[in-house]
Design a protein around this ligand. Structure first.
Ligand code: IDP
Length: 151
């Protein structure tokens, strides 16, 4: 079992696509272990995107992510990190394949609806950045055995 962080970015919230995006996570079999609606401070945004500091798109990205609320959450499941990345699609919405969130709903590189951790190290760092340990809930779903069990 892995945990991964996702963010429904401001464009996702503004376009009322949060329900559609979370529906895809649930349909796939991922389990929500944390979820909240919040406005992102500049300090948090800069920490979250620290690896991009200094890049030409960095300031625009910080402005974008702090402008209006986001929905941020943690998902758990078998290979949750790569499963979420697959559901998202590649960064540029214009190039993302149909069937992915970015491929189905956008044409932008920056306003690409969704963030998902890209490695186990990023997931651990990002979950600790956005959530306190008590906000991460431990529970089972009734269909877990059918969704993730077997070979
Ligand atoms: P990812 O979200 O697909 O993992 P990263 O390369 O980690 O992509 O970039 C983080 C975020 O920065 C992207 O999701 C996107 O919002 C923004 N971004 C990345 N590259 C560009 C760009 O060339 N122009 C504008 N924004 C960009």
């Amino acid at each position: 079992m892995q945990r991964t962080l996702f963010i429904c970015k401001p464009d996702c919230v503004q376009r009322r696509l949060v329900g559609e995006v979370i529906r895809r996570f649930e349909s796939k079999g991922l389990r929500l272990v944390a979820l909240k609606l919040m406005t992102v401070s500049r300090a948090l945004a800069e920490k979250h995107y620290a690896e991009h500091a200094g890049k030409p798109f960095f300031e625009g990205l910080i402005q974008f992510i702090t402008a209006t609320p986001v929905v941020v959450g943690v998902l758990e499941g078998n290979e949750a990190i790569s499963v979420l990345r697959g559901l998202m699609g590649p960064t540029n919405g214009a190039a993302a394949p149909p069937g992915t969130i970015r491929g189905d709903f956008g044409l932008s590189r920056q306003n690409n609806l969704i963030h998902g951790s890209d490695s186990a190290e990023s997931a651990a760092r990002e979950i600790a950045l956005w959530f306190t340990p008590t906000e991460l809930l431990d529970y089972q779903l009734a269909d877990e055995h059918y969704v993730s069990g077997g070979e």
